[in-house]
Design a protein around this ligand. Structure first.
Ligand code: NAD
Ligand code: AKB
Length: 324
């Protein structure tokens, strides 16, 4: 029997850094190869530099470590992508196509590709957005994720590649900093609150978006990847839901712990992106097919975020933490 050998692409990022630790715990450090375009801040047991637009280098790493599964987390997110749309398209699309081709030609066992609520657009039903619906994304990031979902389904149907995907909402965790998305404010707000600083939000007070606590995101990912192949009925990408809130609502939940916390609003170009996204997600298919169930709501997440960040800020150099 072949032992699983895991390749993580984009391992230094907000999700990748946490998922790498989790997969090292599940499979053992010697079985997990962390890669990124940049050297990580903290030493990994096995790390290789990989620019995902370089297919030869990807193939070399897959062969060198006898890789059986890939978790593909490298992408240019919604806000950053709008500053250079062709660069974002190249990283997001060429990167995915390189993985699909290497996975097909080397007969890899399983691939994970994260999609996003960014695939939805202004004419998508806003509340409890269903699995199958109008998409019509407005950002280059959203277009690339939607095209990516379709390519994943194509490789599954045409080549029987076992590729699985989740449409993550905005992810919030205390372990790492976000990398250039429209939902980034929902992590930054906790860092400011814990440092007793006021927070200027780049979205309006009542802009409600779907969000998910990091623990739930990581558990959803490993549960989806461990589910029997025959129970995975959706080969584009699964809707999943955790919680939905606006900046005013998260500020209020923080004020229950830190009553002096102050927020003000200065909407910028990210407001235009958020306005096209949905408020909440219907995740019935994920619940039905692989028993998805979130564990965190806003109140529970706020309690843990404040506890964990307070510990970190009391023991760590702030600058090092912020640049984590
Ligand atoms: P991130 O921006 O924090 O991390 C992405 C990582 O990819 C970074 O470490 C970066 O150095 C690396 N990278 C960039 N270009 C690369 C390249 N050419 N080759 C190799 N590595 C490269 O992103 P994240 O928040 O950790 O997101 C991970 C995945 O989850 C992405 O596909 C993202 O679209 C998806 N997602 C994230 C969220 C969220 O809220 N964080 C929500 C929905 C979907
Ligand atoms: C972003 O805001 O771009 C990401 C996402 C929801 O895909 N956090």
């Amino acid at each position: 029997m072949r032992k699983d050998s895991i390749l993580i692409i984009g391992a230094n990022g907000q999700i990748g850094s946490v998922l790498t630790t989790k997969l090292q715990k599940i499979y053992g450090e010697s079985q997990v190869v962390a890669t990124d375009i940049k050297v990580p801040k903290y030493k990994q047991a096995i790390f290789e530099i990989l620019d995902i637009t370089d297919q030869n280098r990807l193939l070399h790493i897959v062969q060198k470590y006898n890789i059986t599964q890939i978790y593909h987390l490298a992408a240019i997110l919604s806000a950053k992508g709008e500053s250079d749309p062709l660069w974002a398209w190249n990283v997001n699309m060429q990167g995915l196509m390189n993985i699909l081709e290497v996975a097909r030609s080397k007969n890899l066992d399983k691939i994970f590709f994260p999609s996003s609520i960014a695939i939805f657009g202004a004419d998508t039903p806003k509340t409890r957005t269903p699995q199958q619906t109008i998409t019509n994304p407005s950002t280059v990031y959203g277009i690339s994720k939607l095209a990516g979902e379709k390519w994943c389904q194509y490789y599954h149907e045409k080549y029987d590649l076992d590729i699985r995907s989740i449409r993550y909402p905005g992810i919030i965790g205390h372990e790492s900093m976000p990398g250039g998305g429209t939902t980034d404010y929902a992590v930054d707000i906790y860092h400011k609150a814990v440092q007793k600083l006021p927070f200027t939000c780049f979205l309006k007070s009542d802009t409600k978006l779907p969000m998910l606590y990091m623990d739930d995101a990581i558990r959803a990912t490993t549960e989806l990847m461990e589910a029997p192949s025959e129970s995975i009925k959706i080969r584009t990408s699964y809707n999943i839901s955790g919680m939905s809130f606006s900046p005013a609502e998260v500020a209020k939940s923080i004020q229950q712990h830190l009553p002096d916390f102050k927020i003000n609003y200065k909407p910028d170009y990210r407001q235009t992106i958020a306005d096209t996204w949905t408020n909440s997600i219907n995740d019935n298919e994920a619940k039905k097919d692989w028993n998805w169930k979130p564990a965190y709501d806003l109140q529970k997440m706020t309690t843990v975020m404040i506890q964990e960040l307070s510990k970190k800020y009391s023991t760590t150099n702030n600058k090092e933490l912020i640049n984590n």
